[in-house]
Design a protein around this ligand. Structure first.
Ligand SMILES: *Cc1c(COP(=O)(O)O)cnc(C)c1O
Length: 358
């Protein structure tokens, strides 16, 4: 059973990537591993726009999202919430036993820089979490404006989730002053799930030194000590690191800039389709994600029936909406290797099904 995924992760993985995963195994303390690890660092740093190390965590993104909270929150963390993932991050902060504050916004609206400034001005916080691209609602916050606010508060360590926007557009970590930038492999990088990538500033590591209860598996100091030897703290998903190396070859062959342009173009195709078919974007257009489109089901179509037909007839799957907006929205991803042609074909197939559905 094989079909093409247009859901916002996991997404389709190329045959080339899958083949790279089949590379024969090596020991994680071997010279070969050190070479593999060190061979991908410069290109990862380039994609993260950073001089800081990029740690490889064998976990999904949530591992590092939870780990970051445990590493840098000494006093209190502020969780900015505007969708399912960011709402959950607040819950995770509390489950880590941290004092946490909630800054809430309507689903489909971005995190507001002025509201962030007002809350951080209370002086209670020494860490903040932001999700750049709220995948549940297809909403992209203005990370440049938000980081400009966070930089006004030097005691606050910033943790930014770019899980579903990394490699879709440039997120300039060092320039923006992001301390901890986290992504995962199964979104726009088009790898199978199982690895989180996390770049951590020296400031954040210095904070971690003073924070008890960091645990072991996600301890930044363990990652750093091993990074300096070209290794990871425990046995990593070596097959996925081979896949990542292969994908980095692809990305730099295409060039990151061309990749960003391709994603923007494909995203615009979906937006045009939404307008043409009498649907609306779920978020305000200005804050619509560039990685996926969250469509408001204004025509009240049977999204589950549409998706079932899409799968049965065309071997493709879109997403039927997430959490409390399931069915009221549906989502179409344009991440990864999708081209003008694959997106256009999907949209034409959806047109055919929509005309039959009513
Ligand atoms: C997918 C996603 C996550 C969670 O990723 P996992 O790999 O399931 O841990 C977190 N944040 C955002 C914005 C996501 O899109």
């Amino acid at each position: 059973m094989s079909y093409k995924l247009f859901i916002p992760g996991p997404i389709e993985v190329s045959a080339k990537t899958l083949q790279a995963m089949g590379t024969p195994m090596i020991g994680h303390r071997s010279k070969d591993f050190v070479e593999l690890y060190q061979s991908i660092q410069p290109r990862l740093q380039s994609l993260f726009y950073t001089q800081d190390p990029v740690y490889l965590s064998t976990s999904s993104s949530w591992g590092m999202m939870e780990g970051a909270i445990r590493n840098v929150t000494a006093k209190k963390v502020l969780n900015c919430m505007n969708g399912a993932f960011s709402d959950k991050w607040f819950d995770v902060s509390k489950r880590c036993g941290k004092d946490a504050g909630a800054l809430k916004f309507e689903w489909g609206t971005p995190v507001c820089p002025d509201a962030l400034r007002k809350e951080l001005s209370t002086g209670q916080y020494d860490a903040v979490t932001l999700i750049h691209n709220e995948t549940s609602t297809g909403t992209m916050s203005d990370i440049e404006a938000l980081m400009a606010v966070v930089r006004e508060f030097p005691e606050v360590i910033s943790i930014v989730d770019c899980v579903s926007s990394f490699s879709v557009l440039p997120i300039e970590k060092d320039k923006l002053g992001i301390d901890v930038l986290i992504t995962g492999t199964q979104k726009a990088l088009a790898l199978p799930p199982g690895l989180a990538l996390c770049s951590v500033s020296e400031r954040a590591r210095k904070r971690a030194e003073q924070v008890p209860g960091r645990g072991y598996y996600f301890d930044f100091l363990e990652f750093q000590a091993n990074h300096e030897k070209g290794m990871t703290p425990s046995t990593p998903a070596i097959s996925l690191i081979y896949a990542l190396r292969s994908k980095l070859d692809d990305i730099f062959e295409e060039t990151p800039q061309k990749r960003y342009e391709r994603h923007a173009k494909n995203n615009a195709l979906v937006h045009a389709w939404v307008a043409k078919n009498g649907f609306e974007l779920f978020p305000e257009k200005q804050f619509a994600s560039k990685s996926l489109t969250c469509v408001k089901n204004t025509r009240e179509i049977d999204v589950a029936a549409l998706n079932a037909a899409l799968k049965a007839r065309y071997n493709c799957v879109i997403d039927g909406g997430y959490g409390k907006i399931k069915g009221k929205t549906f989502r179409i991803s344009n991440m990864g290797d999708e081209t003008e042609q694959t997106i256009s074909t999907l949209l034409a197939n959806l047109d055919t099904l929509l005309s039959e559905l009513k």
